[in-house]
Write a protein that binds this ligand. Structure first.
Ligand code: TYD
Length: 211
């Protein structure tokens, strides 16, 4: 079972991913929790290059290829072997982030993005993708409340985030069997319960298919 979490920065998706992993670990022996970009030694080094605030000159093409290089290593080294052993993999971001941020956000050609994603993931698609959706206004609010300094990606402007959000929504609408969209402005336990219900149903259905 392969589950991914997607959403804008500060959407709360990482919190929800963590809560899901904790719950799954109470019932299943092996649950891998991976964050993107990162998850292997090589991928973590690529992550540092990508998020470094000094790297303002990075071209959009270099950016997508670095995210994808990081993912290619992760898929080969960690995700595929775990799925082959029928273990559960939960990923905080995956190739839908690339479609949303580099495709819809930066405006790179969507067909090219699709090809790069297929290559990087060996066409390994999640069984379920959770989109934690929040309005861009809410991000601004959460950002200023947190009072943190931002990495290179998080310093992108408001219009960029609007495009990314709309891209996510479009992807979810195009593939409703794989995606669920949860309202990230709801209380954390409520969102968690909605996600858990969907995961349980997916798992039951998968078991039925394998019998
Ligand atoms: P991170 O600090 O992990 O953010 P978050 O906790 O919100 O996931 O940084 C990841 C940043 O990289 C985030 O701004 C989204 C962006 N990103 C892309 O632009 N493309 C991608 O393919 C991935 C995986 C992430």
């Amino acid at each position: 079972m392969f589950i991914t979490f997607e959403g804008l920065d500060f959407s709360g998706k990482s919190t929800q991913a963590k809560l899901l992993v904790e719950r799954l670990r109470q019932q299943h022996s092996i649950v891998h929790f991976i964050r993107e970009p990162g998850g292997t030694a090589i991928s973590e080094r690529i992550r540092d290059i990508l998020l470094d605030k000094q790297h303002l000159e990075m071209s959009d093409t270099a950016e997508i290829l670095l995210f994808s290089a990081s993912r290619a290593q992760l898929v080969t080294q960690a995700i595929l072997p775990a799925l082959m052993r029928s273990e559960i993999v939960v990923c905080d971001r995956y190739c839908d982030s690339t479609t949303a941020y580099q495709g819809y956000g930066r405006g790179l050609d969507l067909d090219a993005v699709r090809s790069i994603n297929a290559l990087a993931t060996q066409s390994t698609s999640p069984d379920l993708t959770v989109l934690v959706d929040i309005p861009v206004d809410e991000i601004e609010l959460r950002k200023s409340k947190a009072g943190l300094s931002f990495d290179r990606m998080e310093s992108s402007g408001r219009e960029f985030y609007e495009r990314v959000r709309n891209g996510y929504k479009r992807m979810a609408a195009e593939e409703p069997a794989r995606w669920i969209v949860v309202d990230g402005t709801e209380p954390i336990p409520q969102i968690q319960a909605t996600i858990w219900k969907t995961v349980e149903t997916k798992m039951k259905n998968q078991k039925v298919q394998h019998v």
